[in-house]
Ligand binder design. Sequence first.
Ligand code: CMP
Length: 141
Amino acid sequence: AVEHTLSIIKPDAVAKNVIGEIYARFEKAGLRIVAAKMQHLSREQAEGFYAEHKERPFFKDLVDFMTSGPVMVQVLAGEDAIARNRELMGATDPQKAAAGSIRADFASSIDANAVHGSDSATSAEREVAYFFSDDEICPRD
Ligand code: CMP
């Protein structure tokens, strides 16, 4: 089915100036960018986005990192977009990410891991709505 998923290019990858290289991977895999914005997240925004991880030991480091510089936030659309994006990203820990994946090629640590992508249909729905209103999403075929 055609799905929407939320993607974030994290501060490390924005700082490395590889937004375009990452966008090219989405597009070559058949995913369409249907909404996008660059934003420097506030602590409140980052904490709210990652609320499910609030009790995890890495939560403060995660919020510190995600607010350390601008991020690029986009909605990707396409057939099986959620799983397809996760395959393109590779494993959360770049040391374990498959060769040729975004994290293998651009990430340096589990915190500075270049990209975020929704992990399920339920989280995709919540995460897309967290950043974008319906009228900011441009339907395309
Ligand atoms: P992300 O997909 O953005 O979701 C939560 C983030 O927490 C994850 O990517 C990692 O960057 C970060 N993180 C740091 N330590 C861990 C860990 N031990 N397990 C999972 N995620 C972690």
